[in-house]
Design a binder for this molecule. Structure first.
Ligand code: MRU
Length: 358
């Protein structure tokens, strides 16, 4: 069987003129590439989690909008900009929580706005460059973030992660998994514990799959087992990804993350959020302002079961993300270094470094 590590998770397929993704809903049983060329296909792929994870959603949106406008027949910049706006608006309704979606679409839109005096052909070329740049940056950012993350742990540590903040959720390395992959290159011999992550099983289907394929030592556990493994002393640090971090450090990530953080605090296990600056939303004062996606109840009552596993008609609440209060977070690892509490001060410093390109 082909290895998932041999596949590019999200990229621009130039010959087909398509956004190429690995269909993550089919993993781990089948590795299938999808080549998307229409707005509906791209919107559906994001909404249905065929491509998912905050950084990958951002990269898919950037490449996706380029694919959608590259053959626009007009040579009138006003008409082109209007069409771009329409598509941006449509794609931005696909998922609400991961700020990378809006961040990437805004970056692409800025190219159109800042070059309004250029020809449509020139702007298309600049959009092509920007989409590829966003993708390339993700690789560098995750690598950097992984190097900083690695300074927080020791050889042989047990590490716990929740959901999939791995290479499938990004372009390469992932965020929470970046210290794990880089540690593997350097012979750290980590023992990785992976929460299965109800209800969509990103931990079991994706994280366990990619880390195991890459040759790391992986143990899969149910979501309600993190207390048990921490009490036993098997976990020296928790690394998770994020979908949106507010300026005070409150962090939205996959549902269940805040429970892991509370348990980690109880057992004195450091809890680290790996956050590319593209996932930090400095416009929000706190996590209360982060929009939280709710999904169909059937993901809980029916999906994955041979037959329905809950009484018909029972009320179901299925929030996709929760917000971990900043008090529960030991540090936020970014590509510009490690932010420690108080986050309203340290995150500002991180963004100053970003502005000054340090
Ligand atoms: O609903 P998903 O699978 O898109 O949720 C993904 C997560 O919660 C990840 O932890 C987060 O996006 C970080 S990915 C580097």
């Amino acid at each position: 069987m082909n290895k998932i590590t041999e596949f590019e998770t999200v990229y621009l397929e130039e010959e087909k003129g398509a956004l190429a993704i690995v269909d993550q809903t089919k993993l781990p049983n089948k590795i299938e590439m999808l080549y998307l060329t229409t707005a509906k296909e791209i919107w559906d792929a994001i909404y249905l989690l065929k491509v998912r994870g905050a950084p990958a959603i951002g990269v898919a949106a950037a490449i996706g909008i380029y694919v959608l406008v590259k053959d626009e027949p007009t040579d009138n910049m006003d008409v082109f900009a209007e069409k771009f706006q329409e598509l941006k608006q449509y794609l931005s309704t696909s998922r609400p929580t991961a700020v990378n979606l809006f961040w990437a679409l805004d970056r692409m839109e800025n190219v159109v706005k800042e070059n309004h005096a250029h020809t449509v052909l020139e702007v298309k070329e600049l959009l092509h460059e920007e989409a590829l740049k966003i993708r390339e940056e993700d690789i560098k950012v995750c690598r950097k973030l992984g190097e900083y993350g690695l300074t927080l742990v020791k050889k042989g540590d047990g590490l716990l992660t929740h959901c999939n903040a791995g290479r499938l959720a990004a372009v390469k390395y992932g965020t929470a998994t970046a210290p794990m992959y880089i540690g593997q290159e350097q012979g750290y011999g980590f023992h990785i514990y992976v929460d299965e992550t109800r209800p969509l099983l990103q931990g079991a289907r994706l994280t366990a799959f990619e880390l195991d394929t890459a040759g790391l030592d992986v143990t899969l556990i149910c979501d309600n087992m993190s207390g048990m493994v921490m009490k036993k002393g098997l976990i020296q640090a928790v690394f998770v990804g994020c979908d949106r971090v507010a300026s005070n450090g409150d962090t939205a990530n996959k549902i269940g993350t805040s429970v892991v953080a509370a348990v980690a605090k109880h057992y004195n296990v450091p809890f680290y959020v790996c956050a590319p600056t593209s996932t930090i939303d400095m416009s929000l004062a706190s996590g209360c302002e982060i929009p939280i996606e709710e999904r169909s109840g059937e993901e809980i009552t029916e999906m994955w079961y041979e037959k329905r596993m809950a009484p018909k008609g029972v009320k179901v609440f299925n929030p996709c993300f929760d917000v971990t209060d900043h008090e529960l977070i030991t540090a936020i690892v970014t590509e510009y270094g490690i932010a420690r509490p108080p986050y309203d001060v340290s995150l500002k410093k991180i963004f100053e470094m970003k502005k000054n390109n340090l």
